[in-house]
Design a protein around this ligand. Structure first.
Ligand code: FAD
Length: 116
């Protein structure tokens, strides 16, 4: 890191946060128990309140109200999260990610060995 890298700006915070969230999806059970499901729901809800970029947090809370968090299993949550991330991509004019590929990006690794 260089001196200009701290404290984290909205971009660095965002990249790190998406890494945490998608990695939680990647390690979420394929058959979660009711308590694992309710923990994940609570986590996402609290995350959306505490996220330290207030505009981002507000929009994310609105999104969660429109699109209920899907915690039934890994695939459902991973896809929900990918769609939530795409909503932010759309807002920021970034490329839309193909959600059929979220597991390759965040769990198994790309078939060609890339990691971006
Ligand atoms: P990021 O968007 O951080 O993505 C990191 C990597 O994730 C990409 O390189 C790609 O490999 C992968 N990826 C991209 N899209 C998807 C997807 N749909 N599913 C799975 N993987 C994907 N910034 C703002 O300026 N305004 C906001 O309102 C705002 N809201 C945010 C809300 C939340 C909840 C979070 C976590 C972040 C928010 N950000 C916001 C930050 C913003 O989303 C980016 O993280 C930041 O702009 C850095 O972008 P990036 O191009 O490095 O890639």
């Amino acid at each position: 890191t260089t001196p200009g890298d701290c404290p984290a700006d909205v971009e660095t915070l965002g990249r790190s946060s998406w890494t945490l969230l998608h990695t939680i999806a990647a390690t979420y059970p394929t058959s979660p128990s009711p308590s694992e499901q309710s923990d994940l729901k609570s986590f996402i809800k609290l995350f959306s309140k505490l996220y330290p970029c207030w505009v981002c947090a507000e929009d994310f809370q609105h999104y969660i109200k429109k699109q209920d968090v899907r915690t039934d299993n890994r695939q459902a949550f991973g896809t929900w999260l990918c769609e939530a991330h795409n909503e932010v991509n759309r807002k920021l004019g970034k490329p839309i990610f193909d959600c059929s590929k979220w597991e390759e990006r965040w769990r198994t690794g790309w078939k060609d060995g890339r990691c971006d």
